[in-house]
Design a protein around this ligand. Structure first.
Ligand code: NAP
Length: 325
């Protein structure tokens, strides 16, 4: 089969399309998937570049001549392990597979545990399904499990035009929240069309000067340090919560926010969900009912993988980008 391999950590140009053996053995709880599409996340570029991140995410050192990246997959089941009950050959499935761990999704075939997958709703494409995986589950885990979002909450979503953010806007609306979306002005009409009630262009306005009474801020902006988190503390009312998707806030920052303002600050981690199966089912129901939709702004071929990685490294991708196989 064709797969995209990484022999050396480093730039996007290190990714190569080559022939590798198709997985033959699958575990009793796994299915083999003929991949139709996989999506690309900022994390993919991060682990491609930094070996320590690969180790953190995959849970192991590299002992083979190469690794295969990718966790977000959609495709057709071609084989089932003997304990598989949910799926049969020919089913169209999608999911975030083996995360944390080794996903191996950048390939024509990949094996995955059935518990990581859902049946693809008929009303959406493989590209849309492959998109609604890591990014959608992150938004769900952050808002629902860490944020305890409820009807009527005022929720500020930064990075609203990105992969995670565009699902976060739609998920928050599905709970009946009042959503203030923050992105750059060129995406204004589209972000409002996702259901946001209010819009802030971060290039010309400061959201914390406009909002002072948020219950939640869901912060999905790529930043290396916590300095910008302080801005969210101005926008949140006492008793509210700051959900940090990127920055790891220090214990001092967390304690000061609690003691001085009664604001809870958390690093929302996708992998820390108490109910992965429930998350998958909830997102699947929202996709099936059309309450959330994937916005796929770029479709690449396997040969264009470097281009896809260069795009995700801009940190200003609109919605999701996918690779079709
Ligand atoms: N904690 C977790 O478990 C977890 C899981 C997945 C992802 N993440 C993190 O979540 C973040 C978002 O991921 P993603 O897939 O959504 O990335 P993405 O697709 O690259 O989207 C990032 C978005 O942020 C917007 N943006 C950039 N600077 C901004 C600012 N100052 N204010 C408001 N919006 C701004 C960009 O819009 P413009 O073009 O308009 O600037 C872009 O749409 C990343 O940092 C990622 O590493 C965390």
């Amino acid at each position: 089969m064709k797969a995209i391999i990484l022999k050396e950590f480093g730039s996007a140009d290190n990714l190569q399309v080559v022939e590798v053996p198709t997985p033959e053995e699958i575990a009793e709880n796994e299915v083999l998937i003929q991949v139709k599409a996989f999506s690309v996340n900022p994390l993919d570029a991060h682990v491609r570049e930094i070996p320590e991140w690969w180790k953190l995410v995959s849970g192991s050192d590299v002992t083979e001549p190469y690794v295969i990246l990718g966790w977000d997959v959609a495709g057709i089941v071609t084989k089932t392990g003997k304990n598989v009950t949910k799926f049969k050959e020919g089913d169209a499935v999608y999911g975030l597979i083996n995360f944390l761990g080794r996903g191996n999704a950048y390939a024509e075939y990949v094996a995955a545990p059935e518990s990581h997958l859902a049946l693809k709703p008929e009303n959406i494409s493989f590209e849309a399904a492959a998109s609604a995986t890591m990014a959608a589950q992150t938004a769900w885990v952050s808002l629902v499990h860490y944020g305890n979002i409820k009807k009527g909450d005022k929720v500020v979503i930064t990075g609203a035009s990105g992969g995670v953010g565009h699902y976060a806007v739609q998920i928050a609306k599905s709970f009946g929240a009042y959503v203030v979306a923050v992105s750059s002005g060129e995406n204004k009409d589209w972000v409002l069309s996702l259901g946001a009630d209010e819009y802030v262009d971060y290039k010309t306005q400061h959201f914390e000067e406009i909002v002072k009474d948020a219950d939640l801020v869901h912060d999905a902006v790529w930043r290396a340090d916590e300095s910008h988190l302080s801005r969210s503390l101005i926008a949140i009312k006492p008793g509210g919560t700051l959900l940090s998707l990127m920055v790891f806030p220090s214990p001092e920052f967390i304690t000061a926010a609690k003691e001085q303002q009664n604001i809870t600050v958390v690093r929302a981690n996708l992998s820390d969900t108490p109910d992965k199966q429930g998350d998958i089912e909830a997102i699947n129901a929202l996709l099936s009912s059309g309450k959330i939709k994937s916005h796929v702004s770029g479709v690449f071929s396997m040969d264009e993988i470097s281009k896809a990685h260069h795009q995700i490294e801009t940190h200003s991708t609109v919605g999701k980008i996918v690779v079709t196989v």
